[in-house]
Design a protein around this ligand. Structure first.
Ligand code: ADP
Ligand code: ADP
Ligand code: ZN
Length: 210
């Protein structure tokens, strides 16, 4: 089984692209951020522990994340690999991953810091199907109605505010970006310019995966 890693800062477009390439890859999206938010809503011990870090825009401790991933990868839909979104984010997480499953491609979506704040502050998602939208850059076709499922309920993340974004960006530069070199040295790292139209980025990702 071979997995794909979508790599990049908050707001780079990892979730947006994961939804678009899911059909072509046939691999399920595994977002540690989504899993943590589900744990927070469910009030599990993991959720209680993770919430304080998430609210502060800091990384959740590696042991918590690695335990989540170990469980997730055992599920039936993961037999042919998965598409990781927002994992790994530290060298210890990448080392743990290397012991669990093989990674065939790391897709690094690059977006300059100055674009990130506007991306994050305009983000909203469909409460029903999780489709990702943006007030300005990627609105729904019909106002107030999800293009994918027709739902009229949307949500915004509590941590998607200008303050937390700055902490998340520094966590990215300090703890996550060193991973780029690690993956570059293994020769599976593909850099994609994420500061363009969504469709063009999808095309580049699909050709990198060929
Ligand atoms: P990530 O999963 O990397 O945090 P998202 O996919 O949630 O990023 O995208 C962050 C926000 O930016 C969303 O509101 C999304 O609609 C918007 N977005 C995604 N890709 C682009 C793009 N290429 N250009 C402009 N806005 C984008
Ligand atoms: P974004 O890419 O928009 O920052 P995510 O949904 O990937 O957001 O993550 C939200 C928060 O969850 C992060 O700020 C962090 O606190 C936590 N988190 C998610 N994935 C990881 C991870 N792999 N390692 C540590 N913390 C994580
Ligand atoms: Zn929807």
């Amino acid at each position: 089984m071979e997995s794909i890693v979508l790599f990049g800062p908050a707001g780079a477009g990892k979730g947006t692209q994961a939804q678009r390439i899911m059909d072509s890859t046939g691999l399920p999206q595994v977002s540690t951020g989504d899993m943590l938010r589900a744990a927070v809503s469910a009030g599990t011990p993991t959720g209680v522990e993770a919430k304080k870090y998430m609210d502060a825009g800091q990384l959740v401790p590696d042991d918590v994340i690695i335990a989540l991933i170990k469980d997730r990868i055992q599920e039936a839909d993961a037999v042919n690999g998965v598409m990781f979104d927002g994992f790994p984010r530290t060298i210890p997480q990448a080392e743990a991953l290397a012991n669990i499953t093989e990674v065939s491609h790391v897709i690094a979506i690059e977006v300059p810091d100055e674009r990130i704040v506007e991306r994050i502050c305009g983000r909203f998602t469909c409460s029903e199907c999780g489709a990702v939208y943006h007030d300005k850059f990627n609105p729904t076709t019909v106002e107030g109605m999800c293009d994918t499922c027709g739902s009229e309920e949307f949500k915004r993340r509590a941590d998607d505010n200008a303050d937390t974004v700055m902490s998340r960006l520094s966590a990215y530069h300090e703890q996550t970006s060193p991973l780029a070199e690690w993956y570059q040295s293994i020769g599976i790292f593909h850099i994609i310019n994420g500061d363009r139209e969504i469709d063009l980025i999808t095309e580049d990702i699909l050709s990198a995966l060929k």
